[in-house]
Design a protein around this ligand. Structure first.
Ligand code: NDP
Length: 329
């Protein structure tokens, strides 16, 4: 099968040179295993961290070995009763056109409730990140002001809509005027193009009553500006820091601790896997809201196995609106 390997570890911004295509022989499937045909591959910012050797919450990818991540696949051969041929599954699988996996490492998903790629997005890892990070950590109350950075991405677009469901005033930041217009369509009260606006001034104008909740996807100067607007007992969920994933040295910024102190702000980082035991609750609730038309979802679908590296690299230049996925078959 065709596979994509990590060719070398990036210094700074990754490029196509970090990826290598190879054809590999698949093992015959054993009892309890299935042969899978890859349908959709998820490309996610966290994979940048796995390309480095630095210690983190997931093991680094190995140089010369396939890159792996969220994949939706179809069972094409089965030695596992619970997953007959034709089943649609989601799992952590290699960037390959076909793969062999033990059935008990895969999650079967319904093929008829939502587009199957949504199990990588709204009804999968990124939707659950929005759900638990916003509702558990920020816990917005009716009438409060919520800011979300990276608002037009997979996590951010769901965070903003969930905050609206909770009755909050929602402000998003994103990198193009098209994304800003899209956020308004989704029901965001205010949206700011952080590449063209004076961000501190625009945020202050958009949040006349200050900020009660901040869902941080990007870090850096946008986050610095939000910290100047915090209300008493504000809550901050640190979800991602994409503005720094390609940095080669730790950037120096303002020291915000006294602002957090004076406002009694609660700040918490989290990894969606912290909530593994509550995963079914999140999928059920997101699915219900989606079914009722209360939640919309958007994808940027790139076509073709050979385009996976380009789709991944596009995350760092804002190519995607909503969830970035690659349609393989
Ligand atoms: P997105 O769909 O938001 O894609 C990435 C987006 O980030 C781009 O489209 C781009 O949009 C924006 N971006 C890229 N570079 C920068 C920059 N330098 N400054 C500001 N924005 C930038 O990805 P996800 O929704 O999947 O992930 C969002 C964040 O959440 C990431 O930081 C990710 O690592 C994190 N995450 C954390 C999880 C957890 O468990 N804690 C789980 C899943 C995601 P734009 O055009 O607006 O610049």
């Amino acid at each position: 099968t065709n596979t994509i390997l990590l060719a070398s570890r990036p210094q700074g911004k990754p490029t196509e040179a970090q990826f290598a295509f190879e054809t590999r022989e698949l093992p015959a499937i054993k009892s309890g295993e299935v042969l899978l045909k890859t349908r959709y591959v998820s490309v996610d910012p966290y994979m940048r961290g796995r390309m480095s050797s630095a210690k983190s919450y997931v093991e680094p990818f190995e140089v010369g070995e396939p890159i792996a991540g969220g994949v939706v696949a179809e069972v094409v051969e089965s030695q596992a009763e619970q997953l007959p041929v034709g089943s649609i599954v989601v799992g952590n699988l290699p960037w390959q056109e076909h793969s062999v996996a033990p059935a008990n490492t895969l999650q079967q998903v319904p093929a008829d409730q939502a587009p199957i790629s949504y199990y990588l997005g709204l009804l999968g890892m990124t939707g659950l990140t929005a759900y638990f990070g916003l509702l558990d950590i920020c816990d917005p109350k009716e009438g409060e002001t919520v800011v979300v950075s990276g608002a037009a991405g997979a996590v951010g677009m769901v965070v903003g809509q969930l905050a609206k469901i909770e009755g909050a005033r929602v402000i998003g930041t994103a990198g193009t005027d098209e994304k800003v217009a899209y956020l308004k369509e989704l029901g965001f009260d205010e949206a700011i193009n952080y590449k063209t606006a004076d961000v501190p001034a625009a945020l202050a104008a958009a949040a006349p009553n200050g900020v009660d909740c901040y869902f941080d996807n990007v870090g850096g100067p946008i986050t610095d500006a939000v910290y100047d607007l915090l209300n008493k007992h504000a809550r901050i969920a640190i979800c991602g820091q994409i503005s720094m994933y390609n940095a080669t040295e730790v950037p120096m910024g303002p020291r915000p601790e006294s602002k957090l102190l004076k406002t009694s702000t609660k700040l918490q980082g989290f990894i969606v896997s912290d909530y593994l035991s509550r995963w079914p609750e999140g999928v059920k609730q997101l699915g219900e809201w989606y079914g009722q038309g209360k939640l919309q979802f958007e994808e940027t679908v790139t076509d073709g196995f050979d385009q996976i590296p380009a789709a991944f690299l596009g995350l760092f230049q804002g190519d995607n609106t909503g969830k970035a996925v690659v349609k393989v078959a």
